[in-house]
Design a protein around this ligand. Structure first.
Ligand code: ADP
Ligand code: MG
Length: 388
């Protein structure tokens, strides 16, 4: 069985400092840390001005930084073979190929927002599985943003946090070109230990929802089926949602009712909108179920959400369907796919004494089906980004 441990923050921070000194010949002056996340309910609802309920993971990305005396930017990652090097003047929308765009994009967006980020050396290392629907991208962006804020001597107030979130969103949507909605950066920065974060993308309010799991563990299973958000799937779902909103005469699907959606002519667009409208309601209901420790209700909500993503939004895959079904058979009280879809991870709420059995059952089912061996994480609700 393969379990990804989050590691001890102090140990990881020390290792990243040492790796930086080794790579660049001088120690870093700033270190940022930002977590991955698992979403408990509300998939593709962020860009529809809806609700989401993610949890920050104990698994995080660490970014070490040191200002340079010139215009050069150098970025290296423990997860990538190729380092990136360029100048501040080169940074901009779609000018950087590959993974470095997520980090360099933050430099560009912070400069666009008026921060005088200088030429800089950066090194990142992460415990967040990459491309697994657990938001390694926002963890990377936000760890870099926090490191740069520290480098500039800025205090991490709530206002600055909101500014950094916007810069990270611009890095991902404009520099990398992944049309994601903002949930990931928000929870990577505002996540709180012991809580999920209810985010409302109409009012832009974030509300911590204390999670008393009462003897349950959030088990995440990375199917290791890679998704790619810059591929067409994510963008085409987003386009279908916009088509539906336009046909209904509303600005976003947040304002749509199921009754109105039922009247849409295009069958595919109708199913897409049905997912969004029902999923937004499920976020509210999931908060209520967690607050009431109502595991039966939670099980029904997770099941309905998974079916909605599989059948109406069509973003699941055989590996995710198997992970979810087997987790429930093996004792999970609730399970669903999580994240943008087309691969990635599932999340299950599992009685503590069944955690091992659930992980083993999923492993066995994957072996039987001939799928790649999955990896598991314990998603202990953790804090958002910090200087470390
Ligand atoms: P997710 O955010 O769910 O992990 P994405 O497709 O949004 O998936 O982002 C994954 C991409 O982010 C990777 O392909 C890579 O380009 C970049 N990335 C994330 N973490 C790192 C890292 N530690 N080092 C280098 N690149 C990273
Ligand atoms: Mg991502």
């Amino acid at each position: 069985m393969s379990l990804v441990e989050p590691g001890e923050p102090a140990t990881l921070a020390a290792a990243v400092r040492a790796a930086f000194a080794d790579h660049y010949g001088e120690p870093p002056t700033s270190l940022g840390r930002a977590p991955g996340r698992v979403n408990l309910m509300g998939e593709h609802t962020d860009y529809n001005a809806g609700l989401v309920l993610p949890v920050a993971l104990p698994h995080a990305t660490y970014a070490a930084a040191r200002a340079r005396g010139d215009e050069l930017v150098r970025i290296t990652s423990a997860q990538e073979d190729e380092a990136w090097e360029g100048t501040l003047a080169e940074l901009g929308p779609r000018t950087i190929e590959g993974w470095a765009g997520y980090a360099a994009g933050v430099i560009w967006a912070m400069r666009e927002a008026g921060h005088r980020v200088p030429g800089v050396d950066l090194l990142v290392d992460s415990r967040v599985p990459v491309g697994a629907g657990l938001s390694s991208s926002a963890a990377l962006e936000c760890s870099v943003a926090v490191a740069l804020a520290d480098l500039l001597g800025l205090e991490l107030t709530d206002d600055l946090r909101r500014e950094l979130i916007e810069a990270c969103i611009r890095a991902e949507t404009e520099v990398v070109g992944a049309p994601t909605g903002g949930m990931d950066q928000t929870v990577a920065v505002f996540g709180e230990a012991g809580s999920a974060l209810l985010i409302d993308f109409t009012s832009h309010e974030t509300t911590p929802v204390s999670l008393d799991l009462a003897g349950h563990t959030l088990v995440v299973t990375d199917t290791r089926v890679k998704h790619a958000l810059t591929d067409g799937g994510y963008g085409s779902r987003r386009a279908d949602c916009e088509t539906a909103a336009e046909a209904l005469g509303v600005t976003t699907l947040r304002e749509a009712t199921q009754e109105a959606v039922d009247g849409l002519d295009d069958e595919r667009v109708r199913r897409r909108a049905t997912h969004i409208v029902s999923e937004i309601q499920r976020v509210t209901d999931t908060v209520t179920a967690f607050e009431g420790l109502d595991w039966d209700a939670l099980g029904r909500l997770f099941d309905a959400s998974h079916r909605s993503m599989r059948d109406d939004f069509e973003i699941s895959c055989p590996e995710l369907d198997t992970a979810v079904a087997v987790a429930v058979q093996a004792g999970a009280v609730a399970a669903r796919m999580t994240g943008g879809g087309f691969g990635g991870s599932s999340v299950a709420v599992v009685p503590d004494e069944r955690v091992d059995a659930v992980m083993r059952a999923v492993d066995a089912a994957f072996a039987l089906e001939g799928f790649r061996s999955p990896v598991h994480l314990r998603a202990v609700p953790s804090a958002g980004a910090s200087v470390s």
